[in-house]
Design a protein around this ligand. Structure first.
Ligand code: SF4
Length: 141
């Protein structure tokens, strides 16, 4: 991978997860030895607080269990991340699995029942459309 790499900020131990937990992924941290990592949390960049309600994607909308529609904040956050990518020249991203923003390939189905389906989170959809290299932590070895 050449150039800086976008990273889901929560993988670097930054306090931004919806549930307020902080976890550092050592495989991702190790990447910083050879690469410039750029932590981004699209949900926070879209204006949402931490902690916050869990969100799943349903029919293209970002909704909470009690039906609040946060699609606008999600979209705003995606635009902010794309802006950071343009400014830094990043063309790759390491993404937190199963998130409604950062998930790649598998997300939850919008019923809040823990059911997984094929699909990408809101950010990942845009990064994929722009042909970013998309990596999961368990692919870093
Ligand atoms: Fe992590 Fe992405 Fe969720 Fe932010 S939006 S907490 S970076 S998975």
């Amino acid at each position: 991978v050449c150039g800086p790499i976008l990273v889901s900020a929560c993988l670097l131990g930054i306090y931004c997860r919806y549930d307020g937990r902080c976890e550092t992924d050592e495989r991702v941290m190790a990447l910083s030895k050879d690469h410039v990592l750029i932590p981004v949390c699209p949900e926070q960049l879209g204006g949402l607080p931490t902690p916050r309600s869990a969100v799943e994607l349903l029919d293209g909308r970002a909704v909470t269990r009690d039906g609040a529609d946060l699609t606008e904040a999600f979209e705003r956050g995606v635009q902010q991340v794309l802006r950071v990518a343009r400014l830094t020249g990043a063309r790759a991203a390491v993404l937190q699995p199963r998130s409604p923003s950062c998930g790649r390939g598998i997300i939850y189905d919008g019923t809040f029942s823990g059911t997984r389906i094929e699909g990408d989170g809101a950010l990942t959809q845009c990064l994929r459309a722009q042909e970013f290299l998309l990596l999961a932590p368990d692919e870093l070895g």
